[in-house]
Every structure is written in C-alpha cells, then in structure tokens.
Ligand binder design. Structure first.
Ligand code: ADP
Ligand code: GLC
Length: 485
C-alpha cells in the first residue's frame, strides 16, 4: 500500500513535541509491515541544513497570498529514515531561522496561513502524482492543522486517494481571518459553517475534520473527550456529528530510541529484570549533571522529574504551586526541563534560584537531558489538564520512573493508579488523580512518596510499567485496517 504522510514536523529532523515523534514512529512501523511510504515536510532552514544529497523531483507554481509561488519538490534519503523523504522547498516561506511555527520572540509567523496553504497545495498535487513520478498514493495521511487543508483540496477532486486526518491536539485550530481565506483564493464553496468557517474566520483544523474520509485522534479517551464542550474548543458539535468517522488510536513509542537497556544518552543501562544498580547510577549522573548535591542524603531522597512544553495544557501552574509545599514538608528534589510561556519559564527559574540544592530548571530543548531525566528521576510529573495522548508518561513507564498524571486523554488510557487492589493484581504502574486541582495533585504525590519508601512494592510498580509494551505494532495494525476500510 502506498501512503503519503504529510506533516509539519518529524523526528529527528524537526521536532517541537510529540507530533515529531509520531511522524517518525508510525511511518516506520507501517514500513516494517510492508507499506510503501513517502513523508512530506516543509523545507525549513534547519531541515535543509541536515540534508545530504537531494534529487529535484520537479517544480510547481501554486497560489500564495499575493500571486503564484514557485515551489521545488526535493527527494532525499536520510540515514534515520527507512523511506524517502520529500521536501517542499520554498525559500520565501520556509527558509528562515528558528521554530517551524513562531519567530524568535514566540509570535506566530505572520504568514502562517500562506505557508501552510502553499504546503497543502503542493501536497495535494503530489497526491495526484502531478509530477509524473509514477508514485500515486492510495492513502494520504495528514496531521494537525498545518496539513488540514489537504483533505479539503483532495475532496474537490473527481478521482483521489483516500484521506485520513489525525488530530494531535484540538487546542491548536489553525485559525486565520476571512481576509486570509480570500487572499489565498481558497475555493469559495468551502466558506460555510458546514465547511471551513469557524466564528467568522477560517480553521484549517476544521477543514481536516470536515473533508477527510476518516479522522483519528491519538487515544480512545481523547476521542470521547473532544466530543464534549469541556474539551471540544467549540468543535465538539461537529466532532459528534462526525463520530461515525472518528477513531481513537493510541500512539505508540519508538522502543529503540526509548530503551533503558541501550539508550546512548544514559550513564548506565538497566532493564526490568535488574533495575536498581543502573537506575541509581543514572540518578547520580543526573544529580551531578544538574549540579544538585549527589551525596548519600540526596541519593536517598526522592527525585521528581518533568520534561515538557511549559504551557497551560501541561498543568505547570499546579507544579509551581505544589513544589514549594513539597520542599517544605518532604526531602524531595526536582529536575525540570522545558520551554514555553515566558511567565512559567521565569517562575520556574526563580524557584530554582531560591532552592539551588533541591530544584534544577533548564529552559530550552535538550534531547539528551530529556532521556537522562526519564532514567535518573524516581518519579515523573505530568499533571496535564488535557492530554491527547502524551508520550512522556509512556517513556517514563518504560524507564522505571512511575508517572503522576491527571486522569485525562491518553494519560487515562496508559496509567493505572496504585492502590491496594491494583498493587495486588499487579496492574498498578503510576499515580492518577481525578480532580483537576492542585490539592488532588499534591495528594497523589504524597501517596507516591509514601510508596517510594516501600522498596518491594516500589520495585513491583516499576517492573509493571517496564514490562508493558507500548510499541507501535498494535496501533500500526489499527491504522492499516483504517486505511483499507
Ligand atoms: P506534546 O506533544 O504535547 O508536547 P508529548 O508527551 O506527546 O507532549 O511529547 C513530547 C515530546 O517532546 C517528548 O518526546 C518529549 O521528550 C519531548 N520534549 C518536550 N519538551 C522537551 C524539551 N524541553 N527538551 C527535550 N525534549 C522535549
Ligand atoms: C500533541 C499532544 C500529545 C500527543 C502528541 C502526539 O502534541 O499534545 O498529547 O502525544 O501530539 O500525538
């Protein structure tokens, strides 16, 4: 089966969050099952700089905001990818420094509407084999709002591949003005509440939901949640009416990249059969790396880790409220890595300055440190208010670092709260709180610290998580049956 993947990021070339991980893991799992994959990404500067030999597949002139824009389609084989990578090379839109979506000041690139319309137009042409490459996909799999217009362009064609659209996060709707819609000369018949119109503007995410043949999201619970007003961002009515084509398929994790028995970023390796020495060595290395004391007292104290985007979704305000309390009442230490909203960044940095012996904060994006935190911490904090799937909690389970999570989305689908019954039947793998409040979060942490002091039960909890399989094989099977429906 020929499948064209279209997205705005993919590990290891460009990644701002879990979307990048999925665009690596899923196409590889499908490739391993015999699918013939092409992955199409925008030609950001940082991406172009990583490419070796490229082949020019051809040129398109597509409509931009002010007349036609010329794009070049490149093909390359990247050492990390088992299938060809296609790139939409359009220097005026993508060859610029920094992040795929925002400028150095954290503001959305002002021409995002044009950037991702041109990207989707080029993708739609490739989906029709407009360059005569003799490669015509049977399925086009578009991801998140950046590729949301693609199913809409395809829906207008008389003969076309099947389109699947995946929602990774409904909080990002790809909203633009009616003026953008007009300037970009998008088809006027799309402009209705039944089409792409959303509160007087254009939503590229909505386009994907309306026009794709099948819509998926990244966990079964999130698929239910987004059909309700609480999680639906105003799209719950639409999603409910499209429930017949909406599927919740849990993400997998790449169990080669995230494997404590082989991870090259770690100070020592370990596995479920023998956790303690390796885990201790990683804890010590992490304390040293983060310049926290690494003496006996520190090694005996619980170390709590967090890696993630510092945005409201991730419950960072709860973390900021909980840490001072825990510093006062326990001997716990904290290692936090992330970047995001400046206000959260500043408050976290201030907290670390106030408690240099017990709190370490690194603002930024750091792949090795993310692995080292997963391995070196005793517990992983992930109190997201909503979480479409979440990969970090699965990484932490695999690394014997029980997660503390709010019961929502993919967190609810992967973490089983430790209580007498679940410890007894060996299903417990972490700690779950189900009231969206800091007091409930604190209670869950206190329960976790209590269990941490009971080594036999703790070992069992770690082993349960480490022995679970979260790899892509099962989910890839679900996607394949959806593609063939
Ligand atoms: P989301 O996609 O909402 O950000 P996920 O848990 O699905 O959340 O995925 C986040 C991914 O991004 C994980 O691979 C995580 O390790 C990585 N990540 C997030 N922030 C950072 C950071 N500051 N440094 C390194 N990796 C990070
Ligand atoms: C989004 C979600 C996250 C999910 C990731 C990959 O960024 O916030 O929960 O794991 O996409 O699907």
């Amino acid at each position: 089966m020929k499948i064209l993947f279209v997205a705005s990021e993919a590990y290891p070339l460009v990644k701002t969050g879990g979307l990048g991980d999925v665009l690596y893991g899923l196409p590889h799992a499908l490739h391993a099952r015999g699918a013939d994959i092409r992955l199409l990404l925008p030609g950001y500067r940082a991406l172009l700089q990583q490419l070796g030999q490229v082949r020019i597949l051809g040129w398109f002139d597509v409509r931009g905001a002010e007349g036609m824009v010329s794009v070049r389609i490149l093909e390359t084989r990247h050492a990390a990818l088992d299938f060809p990578l296609w790139v939409v090379d359009c220097p005026s839109l993508f060859d610029r420094p920094g992040n795929p979506y925002v400028d150095a000041g954290g503001q959305d690139w002002p021409d995002n509407a044009e950037r991702f319309t041109v990207f989707a137009r080029a993708a739609a042409l490739l989906a029709q084999d407009a360059l005569d490459l003799d490669w015509q996909p049977e399925v086009v799999h578009a991801h998140d709002w950046q590729a949301g217009l693609l199913p809409a362009f395809l829906a207008d064609l008389p003969v076309r591949p099947k389109s699947v659209f995946t929602i990774h996060n409904l909080a990002y709707g790809g909203y633009f003005s009616h003026g953008d819609f007009v300037r970009l000369q998008l088809p006027s018949h799309w402009w209705s509440p039944e089409g792409v119109e959303f509160h007087g503007g254009l939503s590229m995410l909505k386009a994907g939901i309306v026009y794709a043949d099948a819509v998926t999201t990244v966990s079964p619970t999130y698929a239910e949640e987004i059909c309700t007003p609480e999680f639906g961002y105003g799209l719950d009515g639409l999603l409910l009416s499209r429930r017949y084509k909406l599927h919740g398929i849990l993400n997998g994790i790449d169990s080669t990249t995230w494997n404590p028995a082989t991870d090259a970023h770690l100070a020592a390796h370990y596995s479920a059969g023998r956790i303690l020495p390796g885990k201790r060595r990683n804890k010590q290395a992490l304390l040293e790396r983060t310049r926290l004391p690494a003496d006996d007292a520190a090694m005996g104290a619980p170390l709590l880790g967090l890696v993630g985007r510092l945005v409201e979704q991730k419950g960072i305000d709860w973390v900021l409220a909980a840490i001072p309390q825990l510093l006062a009442e326990t001997d716990a230490r904290f290692v936090l890595l992330g970047s995001g909203q400046p206000a959260y960044e500043q408050k976290l940095v201030r907290l670390a300055k106030q408690h240099p012996d017990r709190v370490f904060v690194e603002i930024g994006y750091n792949e090795p440190l993310a692995h080292q935190i997963e391995a070196g911490a005793d517990l992983f904090l992930m109190p997201s208010r909503f979480e479409p799937c979440g990969l970090n909690q699965m990484y932490s389970l695999r690394y014997g670092t029980p997660p503390i999570v709010f019961k929502t989305g993919g967190l609810a689908d992967t973490v089983v709260d430790a209580n007498a019954a679940t410890l007894e039947d060996v299903t417990a793998n972490g700690f779950v709180f189900d009231t969206p409040e800091v007091t409930a979060f604190l209670d869950a942490i206190r329960r976790a610290l209590d269990l941490y002091r009971q080594p036999a039960l703790w070992r069992r909890l770690q082993q349960t998580g480490m022995r679970q399989s979260f790899d892509w094989s099962e989910s890839a099977g679900h996607y394949l049956s959806l593609y063939s429906m």
